[in-house]
Design a protein around this ligand. Structure first.
Ligand code: GLU
Length: 276
């Protein structure tokens, strides 16, 4: 049975792009007789506003969706900690005390998530008195693994190559796990068999596939759907895109009608779908 999910971060209100994503996952589950889960990804450091979760639930109900909610990330910290300890013990993580400024000063190459870490702290050992992030030693991790592939329902078979990301952060200075570690562990814990999300996260999957292998987790299939773009062909963003779903709801707009339009590919003026 297919188990898929919508996993919003409560660091701003949901917008049309989120509605599109939630509907995509919901409808896949419904068409295939599977389950559709909602998971609140509320460990995004200071940007996280867990109280937004209530707003998200109202938004999804307004769109006419039904879901099963699984525990929010903030309740799963022990699980992240345990995985990080394991990887640390395996010698696959190293502490990093660099600031963004330190990294920029080294003139780093650019990767899918911005500046790629130049490896300044590699080989450093943990000093419990110094706040540090923990980074994955990607070369070391990959050296112990054979070729790994993953399946995307849209893009077909992919060979996992996390190297463009460099040594990604798995434990943040200000949060017990990065998106990569938390989402990978949660999808496994929630029994997700199909990770449905926007194609803007496609490249992250290379990192997630490697983490699954390192941590002995089951390997789902992925479905990276097109994303909605604004007039400048930029991904809709929580800060730029108005009105939010909550604003539309408050203004008395019909959420089910909006959901129907999104399903048919009818978008408000100025909004298009990537790769369409
Ligand atoms: N929490 C992520 C976001 O809101 C989505 C994570 C995912 O679907 O894997 O962008």
């Amino acid at each position: 049975m297919v188990v898929t999910r919508f996993a919003p971060s409560p660091n701003g209100s949901l917008h049309l792009g989120h509605a599109f994503s939630a509907i995509a996952a919901h409808d896949i589950a419904q068409e295939r007789g599977g389950r559709f889960l909602l998971r609140i990804e509320d460990i995004d450091g200071e940007r996280s506003m867990p109280e937004k979760a209530a707003e998200f639930r109202k938004d999804l109900a307004w769109l006419g969706l039904e879901w099963e909610e699984v525990p929010a990330q903030s309740t799963r910290l022990a699980n992240y900690e345990e995985a990080a300890q394991y990887l640390l013990h395996e010698g696959l993580l190293y502490p990093c005390t660099c600031t963004r400024k330190d990294i920029a000063a080294r003139n780093p190459r650019m990767g899918p998530e911005g500046a790629v870490y130049p490896g300044t702290c590699k080989g450093q050992s943990l000093d419990p008195d110094k706040p540090a992030a923990l980074r994955l030693d990607v070369d070391r991790a990959m050296a112990g693994l054979g070729e790994l592939s993953w399946e995307d329902e849209v893009g077909g078979t992919q060979i996992a190559d996390p190297r463009p990301f460099g040594d990604v952060v798995l434990v943040r200075k200000d949060a017990p796990a990065s998106y990569h570690l938390a989402a990978t562990l949660d999808d496994a814990a929630d029994g997700v068999t199909l990770v449905t999300r926007g194609e803007d996260l496609f490249s992250s999957t290379h990192v997630h596939r490697v983490l699954q292998e390192l941590l002995g987790l089951p390997v789902p299939t992925w479905h990276h759907h097109p994303i909605l773009l604004d007039e400048e062909d930029e991904k809709l963003a929580k800060r730029r895109c108005s009105p939010s779903l909550a604003d539309r709801r408050a203004a008395g707009e019909d959420g089910r009608a909006l959901a129907r339009q999104l399903r048919m590919g009818e978008f408000p003026a100025g909004i298009t779908q990537s790769n369409a």
